[in-house]
Design a protein around this ligand. Structure first.
Ligand SMILES: Nc1ncnc2c1ncn2[C@@H]1O[C@H](COP(=O)(O)OP(=O)(O)O)[C@@H](O)[C@H]1O
Ligand SMILES: [Mg+2]
Length: 292
C-alpha cells in the first residue's frame, strides 16, 4: 500500500522507549517499520519487552519516549481509529467464565459492529471448538484458539497475537498456525506473533524480529537470515567482521555463528538453522563486547 508517495507500514515504532514505575527500561530505542502482509515472529526471552510493545500498539501502554503507529495512526493521537485496525489477543486471553464460545462471538459483535460472527464461527468449527462450550470446559489450548477466532472475526488488517502458542500441545500448535496462515493469506492481513521459542513459529513466519532486554537485535526475513549466516568450525579461521556469537549447542558443543562472506573457510562452514541464528543473536546481545 502506498500513501502520498511513501509506503504505509502496518506497524511502526520510532525511538520507542517504555519505562514502568521501576527505573528499568522495558523497551529502549526501538525503531521498527513493518510492511503490510505476511506473518512476523517477534521472538525474545521472558521480559524482553514483547508484550509491552504489543500493548503500546493497541494504546494500552503509553510510550515514555518516542512513538508508535498502526497503519500510520498513533494510538495516543486517535485511539479508536488505531484500535479498530487491530485484532489483539493478549498473553492471557480475557474470557468470561459464564459465557459460551458462541456468546463470546455475540459479545464481540456488540462491541464492534463490523465483527464477522459467521467467519469467527467457521474458525471455531475448523478448530473443533463446540459453540456451546464455556471456557472452563475448554483446554488451555482451546481457550487460546477461541481467542484467535475472536481476533480473526474482527477482520482487522493487523493482528497482534501475544504468545498464543504457549499453552498449546504440538498438534494444536500446527492447527492454530494453519488457521492463522490461511486467514492472513485470504484477508491479506499483517500478523505479528510473539513467542520465546523460534522453532514454534518458524514454519508460519516469513520474517523474524528478535527483541532482548528491550532492544531490537535482529529484523530480517527467514531466507535472508539463513542465507547470510553459517556455523563456522573455529574462531581461528574467522575474519573479525564475520563473527556474530559463540554459544553452546543442545549437547553442550561449542558453536560459532558467523556471517557468510563467500571466502576462506566456506568449505568447512555448515548452514545455520534459523534457531541457531536467533540464539546466536541473543547470545551476542547479552555480551555486546564480543558481538558485532
Ligand atoms: N505493568 C508493569 N509494571 C512494571 N513493570 C512491568 C510491567 N509490565 C512489564 N514490566 C516489565 O517490563 C519488562 C518487559 O516485560 P514484557 O513486555 O512483559 O516482556 P515479555 O512479554 O517479552 O516477556 C520486564 O522487565 C517486566 O518485568
Ligand atoms: Mg509477554
Amino acid at each position: 500500500m502506498v500513501a502520498g508517495g511513501g509506503q504505509l507500514h502496518a506497524l511502526e515504532a520510532h525511538g520507542l522507549g517504555k519505562r514502568y514505575k521501576s527505573r528499568l527500561w522495558a523497551l529502549r530505542s526501538v525503531d521498527w517499520a513493518l510492511p503490510t502482509g505476511a506473518i512476523t515472529a517477534l521472538v525474545g526471552p521472558n521480559g524482553a519487552g514483547k508484550s509491552t510493545l504489543m500493548k503500546a500498539w493497541v494504546g494500552f501502554e503509553r510510550p515514555t519516549e518516542g512513538s508508535v503507529a498502526v497503519l500510520g495512526i498513533d494510538p495516543w493521537q486517535d485511539r479508536r481509529a488505531a484500535v479498530i485496525q487491530v485484532g489483539y489477543v493478549a498473553q492471557t486471553p480475557s474470557l468470561y467464565r459464564e459465557l459460551s464460545a458462541d456468546d463470546h462471538l455475540a459479545l464481540a459483535q456488540t462491541l464492534r459492529r463490523t465483527f464477522d460472527r459467521g467467519l469467527a464461527r467457521r474458525r471455531l468449527q475448523q478448530l473443533g471448538i463446540p459453540f456451546d462450550a464455556r471456557p472452563t470446559e475448554l483446554s488451555g489450548g482451546q481457550q487460546a484458539q477461541l481467542g484467535l477466532a475472536l481476533a480473526l472475526g474482527t477482520r482487522a488488517p493487523v493482528l497482534l497475537l501475544d504468545e498464543p502458542l504457549a499453552s498449546l500441545d504440538p498438534l494444536a500448535r500446527r492447527e492454530f498456525l494453519a488457521v492463522l496462515v490461511e486467514a492472513v493469506r485470504e484477508e491479506g492481513s499483517t500478523a505479528v506473533l510473539s513467542s520465546h521459542i523460534i522453532t514454534d513459529v518458524e514454519a508460519a513466519c516469513g520474517r523474524v524480529v528478535v527483541l532482548s532486554g528491550g532492544r531490537k537485535l535482529l529484523d530480517a526475513t527467514v531466507p535472508e537470515l539463513i542465507a547470510d549466516h553459517v556455523i563456522a568450525p573455529s574462531l581461528e579461521e574467522l575474519t573479525p567482521g564475520r563473527f556474530v556469537a559463540a554459544f553452546e549447542g543442545p549437547a553442550g558443543e561449542p558453536l560459532i555463528l558467523a556471517r557468510r562472506d563467500g571466502t576462506v573457510t566456506e568449505g568447512l562452514d555448515r548452514p545455520a538453522t534459523l534457531e541457531e541464528v536467533v540464539i546466536g543473536f541473543l547470545a551476542a546481545g547479552r555480551s555486546p563486547a564480543v558481538g558485532s
